[in-house]
Design a protein around this ligand. Structure first.
Ligand code: SIN
Length: 292
């Protein structure tokens, strides 16, 4: 069956049909990869997978990255140290089997506090609550294109320090000390406007809002400029909402999108397995064609 893709919004995201990730062929993978490069977020419904099959498909994208250093519930899938559990379930001893609990996860790009952040991530739904827990994506190239030229010219010369203190659930990462001063918290600077390393598409690269800081600016000016940028980055016209069904696999480009998740009722269960692909690229400043 040929692979078919259907845009989710006019801006980004595609639902893909006609491929079973459990036995995807090299030829199908090539087609899928091309669709993903164009649409940034792919949704594949009704995937019947085992953990080894999910891991095998993930590894077709590149070397897998072990789960991040979460402050709460850093747990891998038993027997699969490279697969990460996102869940609010607890084991018999009351220890979370996964990360992020049942709360909101705020807008973020995965692990952008690293020098070479992962370039792709994927979630596979195992159990879902009756309500809540939707995941939202924001398209960073589209957000950049929606900005006035004067603002783009200002920010393309700047960097953002990407804070490594807190995860998207607000937990202090293991080995870090709570610090709410964006000027002094630990993090890694990356250019605000970068190139997607494979397609060379220009894109915003923001990480997460908490503790972000623009070096060289006063804290007040940095906060004001970041708020302006984030207004464009999370505007409804550049975002999409994914309402999960069992067996969904969602793959996103970590250089060109951000994501967040809604909270869900604490007395219901939500478990997804996640894989992450190591980045081979340091985010690099994009140079405008006329300036090159
Ligand atoms: C994540 O940030 O990777 C988790 C998103 C989700 O639980 O939907």
């Amino acid at each position: 069956m040929p692979i078919a893709s259907f845009p989710i919004t006019p801006v980004f995201g595609a639902r893909v049909e006609g491929v079973s990730l459990s036995d995807i062929t090299a030829g199908e993978f090539e087609q899928l990869y091309a669709i993903w490069q164009k649409h940034h977020v792919l949704v594949l419904r009704k995937q019947e997978l085992t953990n080894p099959q999910f891991e095998r498909f993930s590894a077709m994208l590149g070397e897998l990255d072990p789960p991040p250093n979460q402050g709460a519930g850093r747990k891998s899938v038993p027997g699969h140290p490279n697969l990460y559990v996102v869940s609010n379930r607890k084991d018999g001893a009351g220890v979370p089997i996964g990360a992020l609990g049942d709360g909101e996860a705020q807008w973020h790009t995965d692990m952008s506090y690293l020098e070479r952040p992962p370039f792709a991530s994927m979630l596979w739904s195992i159990e879902l609550p009756e309500t809540g827990g939707d995941t939202f994506f924001a398209c960073m190239p589209a957000a950049l294109r929606s900005m006035p030229r004067q603002l783009v010219e200002r920010i393309e010369r700047l960097s953002i320090k990407h804070d490594g203190t807190y995860d998207s659930g607000g937990n202090v990462r293991k080995g870090m000390t709570a610090n709410d001063n964006p000027m002094h918290s630990t993090g890694t600077p990356h250019p605000v406007v970068i190139e997607q390393p494979e397609t060379r598409e220009r894109t915003l690269y923001l990480g997460r809002r908490r503790n972000a800081y623009i070096p060289g600016l006063s804290l007040e000016d940095s906060e004001a400029l970041l708020d302006t940028i984030w207004g464009y980055a999370t505007a409804p016209q550049v975002t999409l909402r994914h309402q999960w069904q069992l067996g969904d696999v969602v793959l996103w480009n970590n250089f060109t999108t951000m994501h967040r998740r809604d909270a869900f009722p604490a007395d219901q269960f939500r478990t997804l397995h996640r894989s992450q692909i190591k980045g081979n690229h340091v985010p690099t400043a994009a140079v405008r064609k006329e300036a090159a």
